[in-house]
Design a protein around this ligand. Structure first.
Ligand code: ADP
Ligand code: ZN
Length: 432
């Protein structure tokens, strides 16, 4: 099979990949030990302790709390004056962490993102609009430099201001956009209410990521815009975007194993889960020189997709992210992920695009209320029909999550959308 590729590394086979990983991991151990954090944490380890890739398991983990404790510069392996860029995680789950890059790190990152975009079918000559927030969030500049590296005409539109986004998309015949999935659906509503259709645009591809979303949401984006949408996964601690990306097979996100070691572990025992089962993704960066992280616990839940991808690339594939370990809702002893709720809702034709899960407590009993936007045409129906719909949704949810939530139907566009990562769960229970 011949692979349409951008870089030689994409063609490495398993043996070559593992050999390169061992070499690079050894050099990262030596490099990391120059930082305050790893000089302590890796004191007992030598590069020679790594003889094969399985040996990565001997090394200690790094967590977000470690990054916070050693904030801002305790992870730097080189003097601060060799750093040329800083980003910070968006702080979705607490106080932010600072990530630093040398010039070479930025160069490597741009290459990784360019490889991802190429893999998803973006080419030199494409016109690329980045609707991601710029600034500290890596989805802006990270994707930006990758697109330029690939040779696409890159429009740094930034987030929000839908009318202006639409004008840019039209005026410059944009063929590829990078957009958060919840915002993509909102943008389509604005397009639709302006009387425009997909034919008024030249769009071919959307790169969607930064927040968990179901296959149903991807399908919706593809159908509405009449384009292909590819999932993009990344996190600031591992550069930012460009960590996991779908190829045109749309069957899992490849992680470039020449740049990262991928492990999926049981979050409670920290032992590897059996092949193909869900666990916490743990990543080691192999090419970062300013701030390499070893066995970083991402808190993101996914699984490795077994077997080789039809695209021919050997690099491991992860399934779409189910959510963070912190996103898991425990209600009446049942573990529930917001994505399970989303999957059910998106399969119901009357349901619009947005929803919010509210956890509340009444007389010491925990309950789940699911606020669901309904398409305009159904909202006009009589009370009896709406009650019936509420019951139908509650029943379908029960089949998936094993508890019956209260369903509250609300009008289209009535759940706030701040155009950043969508908020899916509000926990109003008192004893958290
Ligand atoms: P923060 O952790 O503060 O949100 P980041 O901006 O670094 O900071 O976001 C990285 C996180 O975003 C990931 O760890 C993951 O939880 C989420 N994420 C990124 N891309 C995706 C994606 N394609 N699908 C699901 N979740 C994603
Ligand atoms: Zn593939």
């Amino acid at each position: 099979m011949s692979i349409d590729y951008l870089h030689e590394e994409e063609l490495l086979d398993r043996e070559e990949l593992n050999k390169l990983q061992v070499e690079r991991l050894r050099s990262r151990i030596d490099a990391a030990k120059k930082s305050r954090f790893y000089s302590l944490r890796l004191q007992a380890f030598q590069a020679e302790d790594i003889q094969n890739i399985e040996d990565v398991k001997k090394l200690p983990f790094t967590t977000k709390d470690d990054l916070r404790e050693y904030y801002p510069d305790g992870f730097l392996c080189r003097p601060m004056n060799e750093m040329v860029r800083m980003h910070a995680s968006s702080g979705t789950t607490g106080s932010p962490t600072a990530i630093f890059y040398t010039g070479k790190d930025l160069d490597t990152w741009a290459d990784l993102v360019a490889r991802c975009m190429y893999m998803a079918g973006v080419r030199e000559g494409d016109v690329f609009q980045n609707l991601s927030g710029y600034g500290l969030f890596t989805g802006g500049l990270g994707i930006h430099y990758g697109a330029e590296r690939l040779g696409a005409l890159t429009i740094p539109a930034g987030a929000g201001n839908s009318k202006r986004q639409i004008k840019l998309l039209q005026d410059f015949r944009v063929s590829v956009m990078h957009i958060i999935p919840s915002y993509a659906l909102h943008l389509f509503n604005v397009i639709h209410s302006s009387g425009l259709t997909p034919q008024d645009f030249n769009l071919r591809i959307a790169l969607i990521g930064a927040e968990p979303h179901s296959e149903e949401i991807r399908q919706l984006i593809q159908e509405k815009f009449r384009i292909k949408a590819y999932n993009s996964y990344g996190l600031s601690e591992m550069n930012g975007p460009g960590v996991g990306f779908e190829c045109t097979e749309q069957n899992g996100m490849h992680i470039w194993e020449d740049a990262y070691i991928v492990e999926v572990l049981d979050p409670s025992t920290l032992e590897p889960v059996p092949n193909g089962e869900i666990g916490e993704l743990v990543l080691t960066s192999l090419t970062r020189e300013g701030m390499p992280l070893i066995r970083y616990r991402t808190k993101d839940l996914t699984r490795i997709i077994p077997g080789k991808c039809n695209c021919g690339r050997e690099h491991a594939r992860i399934d779409r992210i189910l959510g963070r370990t912190d996103d898991m809702i425990i209600l009446k002893g049942v573990n529930i992920y917001p994505l399970q709720v989303e999957k059910v809702l998106m399969g119901i034709p009357e349901v619009g695009q947005n929803y919010l899960i509210v956890l509340e407590q009444q007389d010491y009993i925990d309950n789940m209320r699911v606020r669901v936007e309904i398409k305009d045409e159904y909202f006009e129906e009589d009370m009896r029909a709406l009650k019936g719909l509420e019951q139908k949704i509650a029943h379908s949810l029960r089949e998936e999550i094993l508890i019956t939530p209260k369903v509250e139907l609300v009008e289209h566009n009535s759940i706030a959308n701040n155009h950043g990562k969508a908020e899916r769960v509000v926990d109003n229970r008192s004893c958290q």
